[in-house]
Design a protein around this ligand. Structure first.
Ligand code: ADP
Ligand code: F6P
Length: 340
């Protein structure tokens, strides 16, 4: 690490003068804020005198040579938009040596010296391979609604997706309340319960089920029964998809409380749609410009993040070795605040 740092420092000024062409791609599950980051990488990169190339459809496009020179106008009016103008893909071939060599060839053929990868944990694994095995200068920007990367407090898209969930819960409340009904709502998050936790806490969900804590049907039923005992019949149970389906939780509750009026809802891909929130736009432009600064300064093989409200960059290998944990204090707080 020390050697790498010294090496980078010595050659930083050289890179500063020699790096001319950089590439940017979006990969894995799309998320709001990816466009804001692309916007910043392109406009800030051009400002710094670089040529910026967009690679279409993530690593798949890198393999297929789908490279486009990006202009200032090409990224006009995209800062707010959900999805990604560069499109995205899941590309299993990137895990193979053949695929990786094709990707490297495309970069070399186009003279692209530095690559910004916007994506989640899987996309960062790809970036790590490109940098550690093939010497490609990479910078990662965390773009995933899941918020499942341990080195950063927040990822692009998480705030917008959680906002979709709280707005949905709010709408559900209107109808659940006047019918005295419970609704089990399934949200995204396969291994990470952050969407369920943060949206549950900020929408007053009566029960939250996350993979890190597990599924305790008895605890949920106890909560619904104690609520019923004081006349509260409308409840929201938020379940992260990685634990159990909403339908299953609904059936398990109905089995134990046959008298209950209950419905289920899977919010699904709507969570990845709509305009990026203020927070995700801000994070996108800050991270995008920091990624360009890193490349220009010769600080490569790093990932950008936000910690304690400050933008940071960290070695990609170190960042990916960290284990994401759920904030159990927040989980307990949500539990306490939603008690009747
Ligand atoms: P996300 O980036 O949102 O976590 P995925 O896990 O689907 O999404 O990963 C996106 C892409 O990153 C994969 O389709 C693949 O191209 C690449 N990728 C994932 N894991 C690896 C790996 N171990 N080595 C190389 N590339 C990988
Ligand atoms: O990783 C982001 C994510 O939205 C997960 O929350 C979800 O499980 C998955 O992607 C859905 O993937 P797909 O869009 O391929 O159905």
């Amino acid at each position: 690490c020390l050697f790498k740092y010294t090496f980078n420092s010595i050659f930083a000024s050289l890179f500063k003068y020699f790096m001319k062409k950089i590439g940017v791609l979006t990969s894995g599950g799309d998320s709001q804020g990816m466009n804001a980051a692309v916007y910043a990488v392109v406009r800030y990169g051009l400002e710094k005198g670089l040529e910026v190339y967009g690679i279409h459809s993530g690593y798949q496009g890198l393999m297929d040579g789908k490279v486009e020179k990006l202009s200032l106008n090409r990224v006009e009016n995209i800062i707010h938009r959900g999805g990604t103008i560069l499109q995205t893909a899941r590309c299993p071939e990137m895990k193979t040596e053949d695929g990786q060599k094709k990707a490297v060839n495309t970069l070399n053929r186009n003279g692209i010296e530095g690559l910004v990868v916007i994506g989640g944990d899987g996309s960062f694994q790809g970036a790590k391979v490109l940098s550690t095995k093939y010497g490609i200068k990479t910078i990662g920007i965390p773009g995933t609604i899941d918020n499942d990367l341990a080195y950063t407090d927040f990822t692009l898209g998480f705030d917008s997706a959680a906002t979709v969930v709280i707005n949905t819960v709010q709408m559900l409340r209107d109808t659940m309340t006047c019918n005295g009904r419970t609704c089990v709502v399934e949200v995204m998050g396969r291994r990470c319960g952050d969407i369920a936790l943060y949206a549950g806490l900020t929408s007053g969900a009566e029960a939250i089920v996350v993979p890190e804590v597990g599924y305790d049907i008895d605890a949920i039923v106890a909560r619904l029964q104690s609520n019923a005992a004081v006349g509260k019949l409308d409840n929201i149970v938020l379940v992260a998809e990685g634990v159990c389906s909403a339908e299953q939780v609904c059936a398990d509750i109905k089995l134990r409380m046959p008298q209950i009026s209950i419905r289920s809802l899977v919010i699904g891909h709507v969570q990845r749609g709509g305009n990026a929130s203020f927070q995700d736009r801000l994070l996108g432009v800050k991270m995008g410009s920091r990624a360009v600064d890193c490349l220009v300064e010769g600080k490569t093989d790093r990932v950008i993040g936000i910690r304690d409200n400050a933008i940071i960059d960290e070695d990609i290998v170190e960042a990916l070795s960290k284990q994401k944990r759920i904030d159990l204090n927040l989980y307990e707080l949500a539990n306490k605040l939603s008690k009747y």
